[in-house]
Design a protein around this ligand. Structure first.
Ligand code: SF4
Ligand code: SF4
Length: 168
């Protein structure tokens, strides 16, 4: 697998400018992918990862991924395929007050379902408490697990990684 190719922290303004963030009307329909990849890097596993062909890269390898939000059902299968750790799935309507964020997680030990962790923003700063509701870990994922956490809904577009407390 390629090394991480994400070289900077994208601002919310940049992400919006590139059409990365789904409209609220789509978010309210259920889980949907958010591909936070706005650097023209030579990379394209995401374009082959989606069984519904919701992600495409036009032109050569350095084109930016484009998402058809209506094709995506939020299955999370593409998350671990991205070497840049740039793919997330948000369920904005997980409950009345919580959203979920499914995110890539490469560290060991893995968190477990039910764990309380810290939700971090794109720069690694703590945003809120988060609860682990699902952990997908497979050899096919090449050492990257997919962890889904529930967070207060207002942080659906802020939490993009987690910090797991050391177990004693
Ligand atoms: S979450 Fe599933 S359906 Fe959506 S883009 Fe990723 S692989 Fe495709
Ligand atoms: S696999 Fe990840 S880093 Fe590579 S182009 Fe797709 S979203 Fe960007």
């Amino acid at each position: 697998m390629k090394q991480h190719q994400r070289t900077g922290v994208a601002s919310e303004r940049e992400l919006k400018k590139h059409g990365v963030i789904p409209l609220l009307s789509r978010l309210k329909k259920g889980p949907v992918v958010i591909v936070e990849c706005i650097e023209n890097i030579p990379c394209n596993p995401c374009a082959y990862a989606c069984p519904r062909e919701a992600i495409t890269i036009e032109g050569d390898l350095t084109g930016l991924p484009k998402v058809d939000f209506d094709k995506c059902n939020g299955c999370t299968m593409c998350i671990a395929r991205c070497p840049g750790l740039a793919i997330f799935v948000v369920d904005y309507v997980y409950s009345k007050i919580h959203a979920t964020v499914a995110l890539p997680y490469e560290f060991l030990p893995r968190p477990k379902k039910g764990d309380r962790v810290a939700g971090l923003d794109r720069s690694g700063k703590r945003v809120c408490d988060a609860k682990v509701i699902k952990v997908l870990d497979s050899k096919a994922f090449d050492r990257c697990a997919v962890v889904t956490v529930a967070v207060p809904r207002k942080y659906w577009d802020k939490v993009r990684s987690i910090r797991v407390a050391q177990r004693k």
